[in-house]
Ligand binder design. Structure first.
Ligand code: GLU
Length: 289
């Protein structure tokens, strides 16, 4: 079965473009993932390359081996093929460390000693989200620096703004997008417990695996500005993007991992065949406005 991807998108795919499907094993794949994987697979076919599969497993508190096993099993059941070499994001955290050292040397990031709670309070008021350590008294900051507390690392946007202008991202579906660096807060690019983040690991892994065309749902359009900033700061080639619409369930809502009843794993347990599942996905795609 193939998806009806409009010719205006397919025409822009270049021969040799490298794409990837990058699920996180923090839940079962749902019909939205199935659509995204098939979309990517078809773009890969148009480029004449195999789709890469990457397991985004850096968050060891949320990622579980049985979800990982289910990713392979469900993709196999659905007949969605991928290149033999699978990349595990958690095996490349040393690249994040090197990037952090480099960005710190360039004074483009700073360590942040706020606790997770303090940081999340701060980020919920983004207009304040600069120079976070000013929230601590000099004594508190010194104590934390001298403790064995690992810092998180945040972009130093006031410095970055002086260097980066006129950033854009090219999206096959959404067109040329201008990125206004003045609107970007001091994003956390490395969590204290992981030493990396989704943002940083994704940019580094896409680069390391030669991805030239990032395909994913348009719920991730909002991560492009920070990912483009990181690519520029680290001197990485920018990929192109294709953010597709999210398919919706019968209630008109997007699929989420918490809707367990709609996981591919559960649909299979209910006895659905591959064709039943693909038919259901197509019906959901038809809910698109
Ligand atoms: N791992 C991310 C997710 O499951 C997707 C990463 C990406 O495509 O950039 O939502």
């Amino acid at each position: 079965m193939t998806l009806a991807i409009t010719s205006s998108i397919l025409k822009q795919v270049k021969s040799g473009d490298i794409t990837r499907f990058a699920p996180s094993p923090s839940g079962y794949l749902h019909l939205g993932h199935c659509y995204s994987a098939m979309f990517t697979h078809q773009i890969a076919a148009a480029s004449g390359q195999a789709m890469l599969l990457r397991i985004d497993d850096i968050d060891s508190t949320r990622c579980k081996p049985h979800f990982e096993d289910a990713i392979f099993s469900d993709l196999g059941f659905l007949g969605i093929t991928y290149a033999e070499q699978i990349r595990y994001q958690s095996q490349h955290l040393d690249a994040s460390q090197a990037a952090i050292t480099y960005l710190h040397d360039q004074d483009m990031i700073y360590p942040c000693y706020l606790s997770r709670r303090e940081l999340s309070d701060l980020l919920s008021a983004p207009h304040l989200a600069t120079n976070t350590d000013q929230m601590l008294t000099p004594k508190q900051l010194e104590d934390r620096e001298n403790s064995d507390m690992e810092p998180a690392w945040r972009l130093r946007m006031d410095h970055i703004r002086q260097h980066l202008h006129g950033l854009t991202a090219h999206d096959l579906i959404h067109g040329e997008r201008y990125i206004d660096v003045n609107t970007i807060p001091d994003e956390v690019i490395a969590r204290r417990d992981i030493g990396s983040s989704y943002m940083l690991s994704t940019v580094l892994d896409d680069h390391a695996t030669g991805v030239t065309l990032v395909t994913r749902g348009d719920d991730l359009l909002n991560v492009v500005p920070v990912q483009r900033i990181l690519q520029e700061l680290l001197g990485l080639k920018q990929p192109r993007y294709a953010h597709h619409k999210l398919i919706l369930n019968a209630e008109g809502e997007r699929f989420a991992k918490r809707n367990n009843d709609l996981g591919i794993h559960h649909l299979r347990q209910q006895g659905m065949s591959k064709d039943d599942i693909l038919h259901l996905m197509t019906k959901c795609r038809d809910n698109l406005p």
